[in-house]
Design a protein around this ligand. Structure first.
Ligand SMILES: NC(=O)c1ccc[n+]([C@@H]2O[C@H](COP(=O)([O-])OP(=O)(O)OC[C@H]3O[C@@H](n4cnc5c(N)ncnc54)[C@H](O)[C@@H]3O)[C@@H](O)[C@H]2O)c1
Length: 438
């Protein structure tokens, strides 16, 4: 039997062994979903702490209940969480979900993809399908993964199959999860795409094939560039509306009544997370390599970068209107993660706000139900328990992440002044003279 038919059969009858490399926000939900469908799944991660937690049935990702992990460990076949790369050779399908952050100089940090590719080279065998999911610049699958797989004398479509499939998961989104977000796959050949489509169709409701890995790579970058540009636009618009003394939230609500040609984006304290601040930069970096200037991306990144600093200016303004100087004020921050209901601090605008407050020597405290301690680049603090007495000690309470477990009515009743950068009070129909929204 050909390698292709063998893999097809194994996927169809669920005897294919699947290894997910990188068990983070992307890899862990996917590994659990394949396990739920009856596949034998190996979860491979270089982070021993994460693997030890998984072995004990403890989740470190918000959207995943520890119960789900415990069930996967008990099920037959059981989820195998490991740091041992030897399991690569025992797998039929390998899905790579390693990080693709930015370096300090804001260039793509492709080191995790390189280390994953090196592991594949050292441990892969013939008869496997490999899919890269990490968001990256066009050409990564071809230029980094492919040469490592071919190094052992193995040949695509004869010994292995290779595709790129971007992950579109949106942590904290109660409506769309891994299974009901359509998956795009682009293989090097028709056989690669067909096998990758078959693999994902076991766990997601819709799979869309595209002609090659580069199309799939850029699809993800278009989606996130669309977001960074529109978020930049609405953040700039919000600043302008504030200066014109016009309520930007009311403007958006009115514009939304147009049934076509408009899609609402909302202003906030700045962009964060592992995707929106980083992914478009992967594209602009690649564009620069071929002498193309991505003006829209660069401008959106610049506009968004300034937003946290602008939030501090707004705080200063609100305090001034209440006869208080920022330098003498005590600020309380509600929510430090990059968005609501996630435990992810990566690139969070709250960190820039805090950094600016520190530079201005302003006293601050915070509460975040997901982050008990802050210990990042010299920032050390403990999440405070919110009580009426605590709120009364602060001059201004600033909502930076609108977590759903926070009692906003209690905040409104007890905080002296509130700056709401997320419009959460209006969404909850809570009004008060002490509330200023972005
Ligand atoms: N977080 C999101 O919302 C999201 C959404 C869509 C796409 N993505 C993309 O998916 C990728 C993964 O993101 P994430 O948020 O899950 O990252 P993460 O940091 O939460 O998880 C990645 C994991 O990979 C592990 N790892 C690193 N090198 C490894 C190796 N060689 N072998 C095995 N494990 C290794 C790390 O220890 C970590 O646990 C990134 O490219 C990201 O841009 C993320």
């Amino acid at each position: 039997m050909s390698v292709y038919s063998e893999l097809t059969n194994k996927i169809k009858n669920k005897t294919a062994v699947i290894t997910v490399m990188g068990l983070g926000y992307v890899g862990l939900p996917m590994a659990l979903e394949f396990a739920k469908k009856g596949f034998k799944v190996n979860g491979l991660d270089t982070n021993e702490r994460r693997i030890n937690n998984l072995k004990k049935g403890i989740s470190y990702i918000n959207d995943i209940d520890s119960k789900e992990i415990k069930e996967a460990l008990k099920r037959k076949p059981a989820l195998n969480a490991t740091t041992d790369p030897n399991i690569i050779s025992q797998s039929d399908a390998i899905i790579i979900c390693v990080p693709t952050p930015l370096r300090k100089v804001k260039d793509p940090d492709i080191s995790y993809v390189l280390s994953a590719a090196k592991m594949l080279k050292d441990y892969m065998r013939s008869g496997q399908i490999i899919v890269l999911e990490s968001t990256t610049y066009p050409g990564t699958t071809r230029e980094i993964i492919m040469p490592n797989l071919e190094k052992n004398g193995m040949c695509i479509d004869r010994d292995f199959y290779l595709a790129f499939s971007p992950e579109r998961i949106d942590p904290g989104n109660p409506k769309y999860s891994f299974t009901n977000i359509p998956k795009v796959v682009g293989g090097f050949t028709k056989e690669c795409t067909d096998l990758a489509k078959l693999l994902y169709s076991q766990v997601v409701t819709k799979v869309v094939g595209v002609s090659n890995p580069e199309v799939a790579e850029v699809t993800k970058l278009l989606e996130n560039t669309f977001r960074i540009v529109n978020i930049g636009l609405i953040n700039e618009f919000a600043t302008l509306c504030h200066k014109l003394n016009i309520d930007v939230w009311e403007v958006i609500k009115a514009a939304e009544t147009k049934p076509f040609g408009f899609m609402p984006f909302y202003p906030g304290p700045g962009i964060g997370g592992h995707c929106i601040p980083a992914d478009p930069i992967y594209l602009s970096w690649k564009a620069k390599k071929i002498g193309f200037e991505t003006k829209m991306i660069d401008l959106a990144a610049e506009v968004n970068r300034k937003v946290p600093h602008h939030m501090v200016e707004r705080m200063e303004e609100i305090l001034k209107q209440n006869n208080k100087k920022l330098a003498d004020a005590k600020i309380f921050i509600l929510g430090v993660t990059y968005k609501r209901d996630v435990n992810d601090l990566r690139e969070s605008p709250a960190l820039d706000v805090i950094d600016t407050l520190n530079k201005k020597k302003v006293s601050w405290g915070y509460h975040d139900p997901f982050i008990s301690y802050l210990d990042i680049s010299g920032i050390k603090a403990k999440s405070a328990v919110i009580t009426p007495a605590l709120l009364k000690k602060y001059d201004l309470c600033v909502v930076l992440a609108d977590h759903s477990t926070i009692d906003y009515k209690m905040i409104k009743d007890n905080a002296k002044l509130i700056f709401d950068t997320r419009n959460i009070f209006a969404k909850k129909n809570i009004t008060g003279e002490n509330i200023t929204r972005l």
